[in-house]
Design a protein. Structure first.
Lengths: 157, 754
């Protein structure tokens, strides 16, 4: 029996192979399919989730390494029905094209804002360089991160 | 001798089936087919209460057993509770069509967009006609029909209100799902009217009034994609997200060189791996579309299937497999370049005299193969149920997929149910449904629902890449600085030894060919066995680079400003074939070129090492011009600062979506020209995953300005036409900045990097 804490909820389940990357356990076992498979080798960032608040590539993280840690996925980014300011900005600015990369983009961006509430363009470059968007929505991603940062700073006042 | 003769014809058939279709034979500006080949159908009292409007072909509507009756969805459902459901008929692949098409209906319907729910339509030719995503054609193909659907429903709802108030329908107006009697101010909501509207008979065509462009309130505005909320909260939207109770997971190993067959494999080792339920050797069939020969592993989870695949070791019989080599193709092409070319495509006047007497420029351009690399790998969920099958598949061609699955499993097409799901990118890859056939075959074989997922490595080595190609160009400019001759020996590829595949040809009517008095176009084909495919803006995505760069080379040789030279070439404003949206309109071209140079500050002084580059291309009915502002350092580090885009695609449907497509096309164009290539040796692609296929990342994204010309030509699509001008605009800008001409794609081959 394996115990994982995902989005502040405890999941108990059987897992034959604890080396299974967290990505597939989230998707197949727990039904949390928001986290995406893109490359399986840490290159694209589509599978980004937070482990204790920091972004990890779940395609390359053995599930055993996540036991006992707080995992957050895209499904847990909004709290109590309240969209994260990033999610709000993503919708307002119509960021997605196909949308497949966007869960990973949002998780990387959420970590950035949690550490750097008013990021510069350079901060955004550094935080987002690991997330591919084949559709090329980067311009809007940058803009949406700035917009969400503004929202957060206004809310904080 | 062809090693693999069966590839050829099937590839042609595939490509034609994917892109062509009955609709494209019809003139684009014809009357909507509603009142001719089809008839309106009202469906009431079936799935929903209220008004349900759709079309069906006459015969189908009359047949009790027709599919039309089993899918009473059609386009619009207005129910008593006020909910308005609009069905999006064509596949959503990231081009925004699931938002754009319902917006067209909603505009004419005067529906309150805030309360509209958009639902993906099932795959059903009877109800929806052609359903596909390809050739930037969805908006063009559906424009007339969907406007009429909306207007017709609006008219019927208004009529019910007018009847109720016993007033003339002309005294009634509609706005945000409400009918108002202007004189008395009385109002009914659509919800209140829907049921009675369903009882009306279909009004005469003459009583339906379409809005004029100036009356549009919704069209042309910025709307966020209808799926965005679900996307940003991680809801199951994509093919790979589908779950069916009892579903198993499959992976499929195929020979990395197309056409290879399974000789032997360590099947017994694999069978005993954790979770593995089936290991199947698929014989495949002699069809490049699949299923191909290979080994299928079915397991209880994706990971167990993937882990087993890693341990799988297959010996391939490559007797019939492709042996293609990119390096030897390059060597051959270089040798052939200065020969006259085996076939003549077009000849006008005489190129020899001006080429020998005037100022002459010779240039050898070449571009690599590229892969699609859409973010969501190929996948399909299939559930074979004995005498029928249901599939969930991200595809650009659901109807064609449906027919081929029916053929593969010897089922009646009516027994194949294809659910459209959002596709995580496509770019032409999903015109082909090989993975759909694979999943169908596996589900039938194991008699269980199954989800087939390809790895990124599968996606790369089983792609239908865009062809590479080579152009030996010669041109001249006379004493007045006018273009006096243009000669192009195009070295391309062939799968059948007879002709290049669909996107591998050179057209006589491609700009500027029709404008040139002394023109010679020839072609030589190299054999290529690995099946190729269609990649965003097929053929245009490479020809624009070659042609628009060479025009600039000639302008430079003539010591003329590129802008003037290009405008002179276009000549006076005219539609080269009036009424044919596939054909260039020089007036529209001139307008986008002038506007883009104005917006980008053409001719303004720039710091050393900076340059502006201009390019125009007409493709997929869109006229698009772009100016790139770049700077290049001594050691060839390229920065693209800004790209300005001006497009004329007729009235814009969703401004936000349209801008997004242009922005994405710029990024895609830049990404591809900078460093993307698919190279082949021994029939195998060398690039296996993103570490060898460096798609552009966020830090290197330029500023992108997008503008649209307000024109009243019928609207056309934007998934493709903004991509082709990017590479030549950047190439020309590099020349302006450095004096160095780039003639190879990707330009990393010439030492440039970001
Ligand atoms: S799937 Fe994990 S980084 Fe690409
Ligand atoms: S939106 Fe398609 S990959 Fe990013």
């Amino acid at each position: 029996m394996l115990k994982l804490e995902v989005n502040e909820r405890i999941y108990n389940f059987d897992l034959e192979d604890t080396h299974s990357p967290l990505l597939w356990v989230l998707r197949d076992q727990l039904g949390l399919v928001g986290t995406k498979f893109g490359c399986g080798m840490g290159q694209c960032g589509a599978c980004t989730v937070h482990l204790n608040g920091a972004p990890v590539r779940s395609c390359s993280l053995p599930t055993s390494a996540a036991v006992g840690q707080a995992i957050t996925t895209i499904e847990g980014l909004s709290r109590e029905g309240q969209l994260h300011p990033l999610q709000q900005a993503w919708v307002e600015l119509d960021v997605p094209q196909c949308g497949y990369c966007q869960a990973g983009q949002l998780m990387s961006a959420a970590f950035l804002l949690s550490n750097t509430p008013s990021p510069t363009d350079e901060d955004i470059d550094n935080a987002m360089v690991g997330n591919l968007c084949r559709c090329g929505t980067y311009k809007r991603i940058r803009k949406a991160i700035h917009q969400a940062a503004d929202t957060i700073s206004k809310e904080g006042q | 001798m062809r090693k693999n003769p069966y590839w050829s014809d099937s590839i042609d058939r595939m490509q034609s089936a994917a892109i062509d279709g009955e609709d494209f034979a019809l003139p684009e500006f014809s009357e909507p087919r509603i009142y001719s080949r089809r008839t309106f159908m009202k469906l009431t009292g079936l799935a929903a209460s209220g008004l349900v409007l759709g079309f069906a072909r006459t015969d189908a509507a009359n047949s009790a057993t027709s599919e039309a009756n089993s899918f009473p969805l059609a386009y619009i459902q207005i129910s008593r509770d006020g909910k308005i459901i609009l069905y999006a008929k064509d596949p959503e692949i990231g081009q925004g069509i699931k938002t754009a098409l319902p917006m067209i209906i909603a505009e004419e319907l005067d529906a309150d967009w805030q309360s509209v729910e958009v639902v993906e339509a099932p795959t059903n030719k009877t109800l929806y006609g052609r359903q596909s995503a390809g050739g930037s054609r969805s908006v063009r193909r559906n424009w007339n029909e969907l406007r009429h659907v909306g207007a017709l429903a609006r008219t019927m709802l208004t009529q019910v209100a007018a009847n109720n108030w016993q007033v003339n329908i002309n005294e009634c107006t509609t706005h945000k799902s409400v009918v108002t009697h202007s004189l008395s101010g009385r109002q009914f909501t659509y919800a209140e009217l829907a049921e009675d509207a369903a009882k009306l008979s279909i009004p005469e065509k003459s009583s339906i009034k379409l809005k004029s462009t100036s009356q549009y309130q919704l069209l042309g505005s910025r709307k966020s994609g209808v799926d965005n909320l679900q996307l940003v909260t991680g809801k199951p939207m994509f093919g790979i997200d589908q779950k069916i109770p009892g579903m198993l997971y499959a992976v499929y190993e195929k020979c990395p060189a197309r056409g290879g067959r399974v000789k032997s494999a360590n099947l017994e080792d694999i069978r005993t791996m954790p979770g593995v339920t089936d290991v199947i050797v698929m014989p495949g069939r002699d069809n490049p579309f699949g299923p191909l020969p290979g080994v299928v592993i079915v397991a209880k989870s994706t990971w167990q299937a993937l882990a087993a695949k890693r341990k799988l070791s297959v010996q391939w019989d490559e007797t019939d497999a492709a042996k293609d080599s990119w390096s030897s193709a390059v060597a051959q092409a270089q040798k052939l370049a200065h020969t006259p070319g085996k076939q003549t495509i077009a000849e006008q006047g005489n190129v020899d005299k001006p080429l020998s007497e005037d100022t002459r420029v010779d240039a050898f351009y070449h571009y690599a193969f590229v892969a699609h690399a859409q973010m969501e790998p190929e996948n399909c969920t299939a559930w074979f149920k004995g005498d029928s099958i249901e599939l969930w598949v991200p595809t650009q061609t659901p109807q064609w997929g449906r027919e081929t699955v029916a053929e593969l499993l010897s089922l009646d097409t009516a027994k194949v149910f294809v659910n459209q799901v959002r596709a995580g990118g496509a770019f032409g890859r999903r015109l082909f449904n090989d993975y759909m056939l694979e999943a169908a075959a596996i589900s039938k074989r194991i008699a269980a629902p199954v989800q087939l997922v390809w790895t990124r490595e599968d996606s790369m080595n089983q792609d239908y890449c865009r062809l590479g190609g080579f152009h030996q160009l010669s041109g001249s400019v006379d004493k007045e600085g006018k273009l006096s001759a243009w000669q192009n020996h195009f070295i391309t590829f062939t799968h059948d030894g007879k002709k290049p595949p669909r996107a591998g040809g050179l057209k006589e009517n491609e700009f500027p060919h029709p404008m040139i008095n002394n023109l010679k176009l020839t072609q030589t084909m190299l054999p290529w066995d690995t099946p190729s495919g269609l990649w965003r803006a097929p053929s245009s995505n490479v020809l624009a680079f070659v042609i628009q760069s060479f025009i600039h080379e000639l302008a430079v040789a003539a010591k003329r400003d590129h802008l003037d030279f290009l405008l002179e070439l276009l000549g006076r404003p005219r539609w080269l074939e009036p009424g044919n949206p596939e054909i260039l309109h020089t007036g529209r071209a001139i307008k986008v070129i002038k506007e883009v140079t104005e917006k980008a500050g053409w001719g303004k002084p720039l710091p050393k090492g900076h340059g502006l580059g201009l390019a125009f291309h007409f493709s997929h009915a869109g006229h698009v011009a772009e100016v790139a502002h770049v700077s290049v350092t001594e050691d060839k580090v390229l920065t693209v600062h800004r790209v300005t885009v001006v497009a004329d695609v007729g009235p814009v449907i969703n401004l936000s979506g349209a801008e997004n497509q242009c922005e994405g096309s710029v990024v895609d164009g830049l990404s591809t020209m900078l460093g993307l290539e698919a190279t082949f040796e021994a029939g195998r692609i060398a690039q296996t995953n993103f570490h060898q296929y460096p798609i552009l990342r966020l830090p290197h994204t330029p500023e992108i300005d997008v503008h649209f010309i307000d024109s009243d030509y019928p609207p056309s699509g934007l998934g493709e036409p903004a991509l082709p001008p990017l590479a030549p605009a950047v190439g020309n800008a590099i020349f302006a900045a450095t004096g160095e001409r780039v003639r190879t794609l990707p330009i990393s081959k010439e030492g440039f990097r970001v």
